[in-house]
Design a protein around this ligand. Structure first.
Ligand code: PMT
Length: 400
């Protein structure tokens, strides 16, 4: 399974003859399940059009440092924060020199400076330019700053020379990026995850529910599978494709989710409750469509649903670790700490759903991990990266 699945990859293309291979790189990254945005240097637009990259990535292509369309006119900061990884391919000798100097004289170099995400470069240039002491010193300086250098390849060049400096083929770049994220910290572990909303029937055509999209739970399932776990995902109704190598258990109501969870969680290594389970359901759903009451209010009697995660912690052979989320709109940490203790959880992940950046359906999240031993905040990042950080924290607590 691809380590790039669901990751936000920012592809920056600089102005060399190999720029056309950027299109293939974007296509392959998309095939791996990555969400791809593209930055083109002004030189690159001489070799490949923004429209091509836009069609392949399915996202607008960015070329200008000052972007009137961006929120607050600071497109470079938005892109820098959005990225989980930035890959500059091809990276010309000029771009390597500007990166080494820390210059910010166009969108590409500015984003590279502004991003907290890891940066990789795939150099491509004439063999003489690659071998020049200035380029080699720049590359060493960049490597010493933890910038990943991918390639270059050697062979026949567009200018007719033969030697090192060819852009590594796009599939080689994708393989190197995949390897960078390789992590087998849940190898052989059995993980059960709940995700999405539950739907509680009022009658055959109406229900009570909530806004959970399933993105957080699916990101956790994808990250656990990529880390080597055997994953069962119990999902309420959502509009998402099942993650690779995950066994799916679709359910509709809280009672169905509870039955699936209790039968799967026995003896598991890890249980993560990311689902937004309805706390109540209509006591007696009507068997036929309810008719509009003329004039008067309609009264529904609600009864409490089982607390799934609390029941999982009471199983005779309970999972080694049980983690839940606390979706809160006020006094987030206070409520989350109380819930962790009340439900008997090893970890609770406090999620402020009053903030539009970290709420139901958002692409990103920022959470606070609470265990008996301590607390720690995970700053805003894609749900995939947040998922990986959560499972790293949990994996560190799992018995070996
Ligand atoms: O799906 P997304 O759009 O990506 O949004 C992600 C999310 C906001 C849904 C997710 O990050 C989140 O916070 N999930 C938990 C939502 C929730 O229902 O929180 P809660 O505070 O009501 O429940 C606390 C914990 O108990 C949760 O782990 C929940 O799964 C579990 N629970 C709750 C009620 C119940 N009857 N049974 C349960 O197991």
């Amino acid at each position: 399974m691809s380590q790039l699945n669901q990751r936000h990859i920012l592809v920056a293309i600089s102005g060399g003859i190999a720029a056309y291979k950027g299109a293939e790189l974007v296509r392959l990254l998309k095939k791996q399940g990555a969400v791809v945005r593209v930055v083109l240097s002004r030189g690159a637009t001489e070799f490949i059009t923004p429209l091509t990259l836009q069609a392949l990535s399915g996202e607008p292509t960015h070329t200008e440092l000052l972007d009137e369309a961006a929120e607050a006119g600071m497109g470079h900061i938005e892109l820098a924060r959005w990225a989980d990884l930035m890959i500059i391919a091809p990276a010309t000798a000029d771009v390597l020199a500007r990166l080494a100097q820390g210059r910010a004289d166009d969108l590409l170099t500015t984003v590279a400076l502004a991003t907290p995400a890891p940066v990789a470069v795939a150099p491509a240039m004439n063999q003489q330019m690659w071998s020049h002491a200035a380029t080699q010193e720049n590359v060493q300086l960049l490597a010493s700053r933890n910038i990943q250098i991918i390639g270059p390849d050697a062979g026949e060049q567009a200018c007719g020379d033969v030697g090192p400096g060819r852009l590594l083929e796009p599939d080689g770049i994708v393989a190197a990026l995949n390897q960078r994220f390789e992590n087998r910290q849940l190898e052989g572990k059995r993980v059960i995850i709940t995700a999405g909303p539950t739907l509680e029937a009022i009658d055959p055509v109406r229900y009570l529910s909530n806004h959970s999209s399933g993105k957080m739970g699916y990101a956790l399932a994808g990250a656990c599978a990529a880390a080597g776990a055997q994953v069962a995902l119990i999902s309420g109704p959502v509009q998402l494709a099942p993650p690779d190598r995950v066994s799916m258990h679709p359910v509709t109501s809280a009672e169905e989710m509870c039955a699936a969870a209790l039968s799967l969680a026995e003896g598991a290594d890890l249980f993560i409750g990311a689902a937004a389970v309805a706390d109540y359901r209509p006591e007696s759903p009507a068997s036929t469509k309810l008719k509009k009451q003329s004039g008067g209010p309609l009264t529904l009697t609600l009864v409490e649903n089982p607390d799934i995660i609390a029941q999982v912690t009471q199983l005779p052979n309970r999972p080694a670790l049980v983690a839940g989320f606390a979706a809160e709109t006020t006094s987030v940490l206070v409520h989350a700490r109380e819930k962790r203790v009340r439900k008997g959880l090893d970890m609770i992940i406090a999620n402020d759903v009053a903030d539009p950046q970290t709420t139901f359906g958002s692409e990103q999240n920022a959470v606070h991990l609470i265990t008996e031993a301590g607390e720690r905040s995970l700053p805003l990042a894609s749900k995939r990266v947040i998922a990986e950080q959560i499972i790293s924290a949990l994996a560190a607590q799992l018995p070996h």
